[in-house]
Design a protein around this ligand. Structure first.
Ligand SMILES: Nc1ncnc2c1ncn2[C@@H]1O[C@H](COP(=O)(O)OP(=O)(O)O)[C@@H](O)[C@H]1O
Ligand SMILES: [Mg+2]
Length: 291
């Protein structure tokens, strides 16, 4: 199936590859996509931690959005993060991905990579993928083309036009299509997908890079109940192969995911444990869950 689709889409995809290479102002696009899978250094997780934050703080105009935040994640773990609006959840992801520089603290990927010494595209290249709240797929490209685009680097128009998936990449694409439940929509334009399917496609674009750590900010917001359930299945299938940090408000979704829940409040960890443990915590009920 792939060669036909590839040729049909080559020109349009090339235009988008150029768009990607030109729109690097925020670093956002290039941070997530547009990088290739090669020369990847292994992350040293011999200390049992893939992500490690210690005493991280950042202020915006004197307001401490992150305040002595310490948190760590094990390889293959699926960690849920909850907390009231303004707790600093998104800002924490901004710090991990290099979008925001903390004023102080330590942020390590594995035991040897100091993330504060890297910029946003480098951190993406190191194997940290990020899913923002809104889906940002290319609506007038097909599902296939969107996934293919995720493999391209800043090759320029010409190189992108003659870009061909090798067999490993084709296999990867087929595997990702299956994982994100879109194998039946490979030729559909992304624009006609449901909101949930667009979110899955964007997750698929991240998976094309085989990230070691995936950060997902409110991934099921706006999804139907059915889509939410499928997303939980998807994340559970990724657990173990990837480490995931999922920010969500949907408690039944978090319950399905299981695992450790970290409660953020006022820029630091208020509580951590199983969902039952944190839901029974008086301080958590006070600031977040309500009485
Ligand atoms: N770039 C920024 N400039 C100023 N204030 C910011 C910036 N980013 C976040 N904040 C503030 O930091 C706090 C934490 O925000 P955020 O991390 O988005 O919270 P959450 O994702 O938990 O809802 C909020 O009070 C927000 O207004
Ligand atoms: Mg947020």
């Amino acid at each position: 199936m792939t060669p036909d689709l590839l040729q049909q889409g080559a020109q349009r995809v090339a235009q988008h590859a150029q768009y990607l290479s030109e729109s690097t102002e925020s670093g956002g696009r290039d941070a997530g996509y547009g990088r290739v899978l090669h020369d990847r250094h292994e992350v040293d997780v011999s200390h049992g931690r893939i992500l490690y934050l210690e005493d991280v703080s950042v202020s915006f105009d004197g307001f401490k959005a992150i305040n002595k935040l310490s948190l760590d994640i094990a390889p293959g773990e699926l960690r849920c993060i909850i907390g009231p609006n303004g707790a600093g959840k998104t800002t924490m992801m901004d710090i991990i991905t290099g979008k925001t520089r903390p004023d102080e603290g330590t942020v390590f990927f594995g035991s040897t990579i100091d993330l504060l010494r890297h910029n946003e595209p480098e951190i993406a290249q190191l194997g940290i993928g990020r899913k923002f709240q809104k889906p940002t797929v290319f609506e007038h490209l097909t599902v296939f083309e969107n996934l293919e685009l995720a493999l391209k680097t800043n090759k320029g128009v010409k190189a992108s036009m003659f870009f061909k998936l090798d067999s490993t990449q084709s296999d990867r694409l087929a595997e990702v299509l299956h994982t994100i439940h879109l194998a039946g929509s490979v030729s559909a334009l992304a624009g006609v997908l449901s909101h949930g399917q667009k979110q899955w496609l964007e997750i698929g674009m991240l998976l094309m890079q085989d990230p070691k750590l995936l950060l997902l900010d409110e991934p099921v917001a706006g999804m139907t109940d059915h889509e939410t359930e499928r997303t939980a299945e998807l994340f559970l299938s990724l657990k173990g192969k990837h480490s995931l940090m999922v920010v969500e408000h949907d408690m039944s979704f978090i319950r399905t995911l299981g695992g450790t829940v970290t409660v953020l409040c006022d820029g630091s960890v208020l509580a951590q444990g199983t969902l039952d443990q944190v839901q029974a915590d008086e301080r958590v009920i006070e600031v977040y869950l309500g009485r």
